[in-house]
Design a protein around this ligand. Structure first.
Ligand code: ADP
Length: 403
């Protein structure tokens, strides 16, 4: 059985998960043998590390300052020293989450020098993500030279978007130079579609699903017969619904106004749109939904406004995805907010009340993963599903490894 290591090398976190799997079925997730989550804030003197062995917490502590190679070396050392694996040469294949594959990568791909060059060339499309993903690939290459490596792309699942959904209504020239809706969180939406079918005991090829991935970044997908046919994120992960620190869709006239009136430059807009908008921008204090909920309870008006705007944006975008699907067979909530916030699921589900969808208040309150939370008389099943992006990447690696 191959030993598969999954690395999600982000711009503020490294997540690793080790699996040993023989015949993988995406819809039946297995727990990693070992996994860890290292997070850092730019410029901070330390990071934070949690490690787990067979689901049990091994450590939850501050960790040395982030420096990509030494961080990964430390994490791999911990994986070996706790006995999860004999040594690094026992790792057969390392799967990497790569955010932007554009039109070049529509399936999981073994990494070659050409693939790395292409991922690098796509960096301008995902400047916060692709360089960090590529650095992860190159570091692993130097630390575990014997292992095969594979890239699984967040954009790939949306490569099935029809032209009418993926083309932006600017000049036709934009289409010719690759400006189109690529969509993101595809690994999560793909997993959700298969797991949802499994939980409903239906064939995914018979289902129309609205998948709501609500984490720090938020995106919705309209999935028909196992294929993404529309999604809220676009050319970049800035489009769509309101998020932790990104605004989601804006009137583009705001940007030209700010620039023309010299309120902002292209560089400052990049920072504003990526880090100082969304929940962060409106509350002025936090991009974290848990803090927003707490501050709202304490009576902070800007946190209350941020919450109301988030709910409005979610409802509006569920409505948009609903308009693309006929009929709607399931509404799914996933990721940090989707899996944990009763209030936000309740607000989002309001979008489908005209179609006869109703939550079961008690089930919704339980926050239990992989359960149905709609009432018995609901015409549309509503579910919470825990996303398992690492598992999907591990399954993709397993099938590439066994050829
Ligand atoms: P990422 O996109 O970085 O993977 P996550 O899926 O972990 O993010 O989601 C992070 C978001 O989930 C944060 O806004 C966090 O506040 C929110 N979240 C986590 N737990 C809860 C909870 N119990 N209630 C509400 N929001 C939560």
């Amino acid at each position: 059985m191959p030993n598969i290591l999954v690395l999600n090398a982000g711009s503020s976190s490294y997540k690793l998960a080790l699996y040993t799997i023989d015949k993988a079925s995406i819809a039946h997730p297995q727990k990693p043998i070992w996994n860890c989550d290292y997070t850092w804030k730019e410029g901070a003197p330390t990071g934070h590390l949690s490690t787990f062995y067979n689901g049990k917490t091994l450590s939850n502590t501050t960790a040395p300052k982030h420096e990509p190679k030494s961080t990964l070396k430390t994490l791999l050392k911990q994986m070996v020293s706790c006995g999860a694996i004999n040594d690094l040469t026992s790792i057969d294949i390392v799967g990497h989450r790569v955010v932007h594959g554009a039109s070049a990568f529509t399936t999981p791909t073994l990494i070659t020098p050409d693939v790395k060059a292409k991922i690098k060339s796509l960096s301008p499309l995902a400047p916060l993500h692709n360089p960090a993903n590529l650095a992860g690939i190159e570091i692993i290459e130097s630390l575990i030279p014997i292992a095969k490596q594979a890239a699984v792309f967040d954009t790939a699942f949306h490569s099935t978007l029809p032209e009418a959904a993926s083309t932006y209504p600017g000049p036709y020239k934009w289409k010719e130079i690759g400006i189109k809706r690529y969509g993101f969180h595809g690994i999560s939406h793909h997993y959700i579609s298969l797991r949802c079918a499994e939980l409903l005991k239906r064939d995914v090829n018979e289902l129309n699903i609205i998948s709501c991935h609500l984490g720090n970044g938020c995106s919705l997908a309209a999935i028909s017969k196992g294929k993404s046919i529309d999604t809220t994120m676009g050319f970049t992960p800035l489009d769509g619904m309101m998020m932790g620190s990104r605004p989601g869709a804006l009137d583009p006239g705001i940007l030209t106004y700010l620039e023309q009136q010299k309120f902002a430059s292209a560089d400052s807009l990049f920072t504003t749109l990526n880090f100082n908008s969304g929940l962060q921008g409106i509350s002025g204090t936090t991009s974290d939904m848990r803090d927003i909920l707490k501050q709202r309870k304490e009576g902070h008006p800007r946190a209350a406004l941020a919450f109301d705007m988030f709910c409005h944006s979610l409802r509006r975008n569920i409505g948009a995805m609903a308009g693309i699907l006929n009929p709607i067979d399931a509404l799914v909530f996933t990721a940090g907010i989707g899996e944990n916030s009763t209030a936000i699921r309740a607000a989002g589900s309001l979008a489908l009340i005209p179609m006869g969808a109703h939550l079961d208040v008690e089930k919704n309150q339980n926050n239990k993963p992989d359960t149905l939370i709609s009432s018995q008389d609901s015409t549309i099943p509503i579910l919470i599903i825990k996303t398992e992006e690492d598992w999907l990447i591990a399954c993709a690696c397993q099938s590439l490894f066994s050829g």
